[in-house]
Design a protein around this ligand. Structure first.
Ligand code: ATP
Ligand code: MG
Length: 561
């Protein structure tokens, strides 16, 4: 078994294996059918990976088909963004992009075929009446008074619907199945409704639009899809899927299989809910790094590889579970641990004044870019008499557990000397502005005699510091499963974004300038002791760099396992 086979060994691949045993010449064919009414999220990535990986594995094809049957909610900008995201993940759809809307003429013919067979009728009940007549799980539905119209009458009325002679909501086409079916979906489902909005593809050509259930199975059939994979909530729709195929003159019969959708801790994945977060200004758009859209994750510093690795790890089953967020973080951390350049940054600076050094003192150290990958090279840092350290690395008042810099104690500066804090200087508001330290010039690379090793802190010389903004992200919600809550907006974490203004090493700034000029390439950093960061390519300007914290250093998921 090669690696790829192992990777996608799940209940669906077992079904496919059996299908291949029955038919060696099966031309395996899947599709990914997004509705262009929002951006893709990590849940879609699960479906994308499944459909495209299986197509690769079984030497088949995978179509990208926009399920564009509702012009009110759709927008061309989503079509572009979705294609961008799929390409970014590294998948290539077969042939060209497909649209359900390109089948509108054929779908219309199939609808007329159902009418001619006495299997569809034009209904004039209102939306509310249709709902009321449908019944519930415990009570059967009842027939619409329009159900027994003649075929001729239905054909004429459907034509009138198409010609725009009815206004919205005044008529619809329904399948004539069984109002007493135990599957509510089979109680004369609506197949076509009237919408007068202009469509992004077909413009003003149509004012009747097929429902998802009608368009989906027929589009699958027209394209020759063999395995139509969807999420569990479509389980009941399968009877309708098959009913439509059986009752229309199609020659190809795809099969629908369901798997559980991805639910991710601390995230809402429903596009409607994400839209609400944007409309209420809680987040700044579809690519806000605090949400799990692919564009948000990308901006936060996630790579295609880490997302695909995550999808592989979670697997594909029929059980609905809530996946730990730390598992997603584990995937990106594992990758960045290998690839990110190590450098120092001070996010919340405080000044250290080394009083025994001359103000002209300048020493250069060459430091590795990665602790155990020499191929990533090295860079130069500068040591001078005034440096920045992290405000949290010094304490005036402390308890026994506190191990970093304090008055009268020593600490080692990463890659440099041991220093001892002697006094502090404060401003008129009692804020510390300077820590006056002694720098022991005998300690470069040496262990202190007769003493335990002091802790190590990071620093940047003020002559080597370039200002930068750092955006630290925390979970957007303060409960694990906001998706389940009706009033999910009451669980917003007010500290989901913390902004710090500090410094990076100048050389990193220079490197970024060069890289930005080349190809907008993303570079990833580990700011030592702080976390993994990547450049925010949207808000950064040449001289005003913004970094997003991709993930912190600690791996709680790996520790647990
Ligand atoms: P949303 O609830 O986010 O609006 P949707 O199902 O309406 O999602 P579509 O654009 O219709 O979004 O989805 C395209 C494909 O992605 C469908 O096959 C759908 O089943 C799948 N998909 C959507 N969300 C998830 C998820 N959370 N996990 C796995 N697959 C998903
Ligand atoms: Mg949908």
């Amino acid at each position: 078994m090669n690696n790829q086979v192992k990777k996608y060994n799940n209940f669906i691949s077992q079904i496919i294996d059996e299908d291949f045993m029955e038919n060696k010449n099966l031309s395996f064919y899947t599709r990914f059918p997004p509705e262009p009414n929002g951006y893709l999220h990590i849940g879609h990535a699960k479906s994308i990976c499944l459909n495209f990986e299986l197509a690769n594995l079984y030497k088949g094809k995978c179509n990208l088909r926009f399920d564009d049957t509702n012009p009110i909610k759709e927008n061309i900008k989503y079509i572009d963004a979705i294609q961008y995201d799929i390409n970014w993940l590294g998948y290539k759809w077969h042939n060209h992009v497909y649209y359900s809307s390109q089948y509108f003429p054929v779908l219309y013919k199939y609808a007329k075929e159902l009418i001619k067979k006495g299997l569809a009728y034009v209904d004039e009940l209102t939306k509310e009446q249709i709902r009321e007549y449908r019944g519930t799980l415990n009570t059967p539905g009842k027939n619409s008074p329009y159900r027994n119209r003649t075929i001729q009458e239905n054909l004429e009325l459907f034509q009138q619907m198409k010609n725009g002679n009815f206004s919205e909501g005044k008529a619809c086409l329904r399948a004539k199945i069984n109002m007493r079916s135990s599957f509510i979906i089979m109680r004369d489902p609506v197949l076509y409704r009237i919408i007068f909005s202009e469509h992004h593809q077909t413009k003003k050509k149509w004012c009747i639009y097929p429902m998802y259930d009608f368009a989906h199975c027929l589009s699958d059939s027209i394209e020759g899809i063999t395995h139509s994979l969807c999420t569990l909530e479509f389980q009941d729709n399968k009877c309708l899927y098959n009913w439509i195929l059986q009752n229309t003159n199609v020659t190809h019969f795809p099969k629908q299989y369901e798997f559980s959708r991805l639910n991710l801790e601390f995230s809402v994945l429903s596009k409607r809910k994400i839209k609400t977060l944007i409309d209420k200004n809680i987040i700044k758009g579809w690519n806000d790094p605090r949400i799990s859209t692919l564009s948000g994750l990308r901006r936060k510093g996630y790579t295609p590889y880490s997302i695909k690795k995550f999808c592989e790890k979670i697997g594909v089953t029929k059980q609905n579970t809530l996946i730990e967020f730390s598992m997603l973080e584990h995937c990106i951390r594992k990758e960045l641990n290998k690839t990110a350049i190590r450098t120092m940054a001070v996010l919340d600076p405080i000044k250290i004044f080394l009083y025994n050094l001359d103000e002209k003192h300048e020493e250069k150290f060459i430091v590795p870019n990665h602790p155990n990958n020499p191929e990533l090279g090295s860079h130069e840092i500068l040591f001078t008499n005034v440096i920045y350290i992290e405000r949290t690395d010094f304490k005036e008042k402390y308890d026994n557990k506190y191990k970093r810099l304090k008055i009268g104690e020593e600490i080692r500066l990463r890659y440099a000397y041991i220093i001892k804090a002697e006094k502090i200087e404060k401003d008129e508001y009692d804020n510390i502005i300077n820590i006056i330290c002694y720098c022991n010039m005998q300690t470069l690379g040496k262990k202190p005699k007769n003493k335990k090793n002091p802790s190590v802190i990071h620093w940047i010389s003020i002559k080597n510091a370039f200002p930068a903004e750092f955006r630290l992200y925390n979970q957007l919600f303060n409960i694990k499963n906001p998706e389940q809550e009706k009033n999910f907006l009451s669980y917003i974490n007010p500290n989901s974004l913390i902004i710090k203004k500090g410094f990076i090493e100048k050389i990193i700034w220079k490197q970024i300038q060069e890289e930005m000029n080349i190809n907008n390439k993303k570079i990833f950093f580990q700011f030592e002791r702080i976390g993994y960061f990547s450049l925010d390519y949207i808000d950064s300007k040449k001289d005003q760099l913004v970094f997003n914290r991709t993930v912190n250093l600690r791996d709680s998921w790996a520790c647990k396992k």
